[in-house]
Ligand binder design. Sequence first.
Ligand SMILES: [Zn+2]
Length: 186
Amino acid sequence: MTDPPPPTPGQAGASGVTAPTGGEDERARAADPVIARFVPAMQLALGEARKAFDKDEIPVGAVILDASGEVIGTGRNDRERSADPTGHAEIVAIRTAATTLGTWRLSGCTLVVTLEPCTMCAGASVQARLDRVVYGAVDPKAGAVGSLWDVVRDRRLNHRPEVIAEVMADECAALLIEFFTHRRVR
Ligand SMILES: [Zn+2]
């Protein structure tokens, strides 16, 4: 077994994002009806991520869908601008959705986010009683929805959201990789 590569500075939360693979796997996933159902929402989340990119924030975006599939909250990472360590896309989107519904309880709702949630955001998804967490790129160095931890499907918890992973994973990862490449050359 080889040692893992050293972490790159300044890439908190997304340093280990899986590089795009493309090819057969990606095409097979795109044809999966469960995945295809969330592609439009992931495109909206990617739009939020691009807005974060333009503001020099790590490009992660999120949307919350209600039970009928309507968007009731959007968010993008704004940790630098807000100087808020909890300013992750998922937290921003969950807060917006809770304000929209007038309740903290987001039962029946789905979080769609471009990067696998961290421990904080996975925990917030459980606290919000979300029905489902859908994510794009895998984050093997900080992910808490199947990679390093699996906070949302821990059998010791009595609320466990369904997980749908790697929706438009290549596009989501490509944006993060472009951001960090761009940042390194400046
Ligand atoms: Zn997070």
